[in-house]
Design a protein around this ligand. Sequence first.
Ligand code: HOZ
Length: 430
Amino acid sequence: MSEAVQIKKSHRLFERAKQVIPGGVNSPVRSCLAVGITPVFIKSADGAYLYDVDGESYIDYVGSWGPMILGHKHPYVMEALEHAIAHGTSFGAPCPAEVEMAELICKTIESIEMVRMVNSGTEATMSAIRLARAYTNKSIVIKFDGCYHGHGDSFLINAGSGLATLGIASSLGVPEAIAKLTISLPYNNLEAVKTAFKEHKNIAAIILEPIVGNAGLILPKAKFLEGLRDLCTENGALLIFDEVMTGFRVSKGGAQELYKIKPDLTCLGKIIGGGLPVGAYGGKKEIMEMIAPIGKVYQAGTLSGNPLAMAAGLAQLKLLQSPLTYKMLESNTNRLTEGLKAIKSKKVPLQIAHTNGMITVFFTKEPVTDFESAKSSDTEMFAKVWRHLIKEGIYWPPSQFEAAFISTVHSKHDIDKTIQAFETAVANLS
Ligand code: HOZ
């Protein structure tokens, strides 16, 4: 790609943006601060590709941070959206599509008997812990280091994603009284959770990404999720799975289907909006019926169940009912994983973690099993590789602490080109 052109338009936009948007971006990671360039501004997307304002194209492994399982601008999703938009953009009143959406989610994810739509994953997780606190009449929430559950006050403690990317453990502005109600423990460490339950009688819930995507990709060790399930049941706490990135991606029924664990509550997000702003939380009827207007846990939203978001999301979820989708996703993920694992370098240590549709390349000797080991990754090496990839027309997440997303429409050629670009980048490091 021609750098001169990129600097011209994207750079000019970024300069304007910085005057009126904090840091020039509406979400920190996309600023590309961690990889040492100014961001490219995207004009459009199609299939597995992003197109920037300077006319350059990129093979996209961000996929809007998860929802683009079928690629950008899928014709069926676009048609559903066009049909819905002809009827209006927002009603602030119930609409048929939200009923269909709730039915489809309850049918697909076994642990969800009732579901409430919201507008983002952040809203879903914030609402889920309020509900857990009300149901258990307890206050403390356990989360795990490196997991990210959106930017609610209770979750910004040793969190992954943008906080890890910027190298900050927690956010200013979270009152100590609220932070004190969150215990953050090492992921994959069941003993630490057992100790916490012994020390605190007031634990309302454990919330986690059953497969971590926000510290880079980290898989649960055998029996970790099962152990959490048992500890919650024994101690009268709720188990909340944040499946914003894994729901409908790692398998149709999410990580809970893959690992056969039934959480009490599940948080969903962008994937069920097909790229429009959506979130949802759901679970056992007995718990969900505590929500207003029938129960006394208050939560509301003008744009919740928005007809456009429901139309796009429903179209995507209907397509995802086909097992073929997951076979394609698996085959694409395996091709990329095997290609990257075959890269040999004596000087550059690589750890490659993957699950269906998600992958992370860590630059460390240690196997990555928790946030500490993820942080042992050489972020300078990551940044150098990233800069090579973007020059080669590959849009990889601009942070070591984010998973990359693979779609069904990445072609063999796209994937092989990506492997080749990684190989050259790694060779340049040695
Ligand atoms: N923290 C988000 C992904 N885990 C990134 C959001 C964005 O920049 O759009």
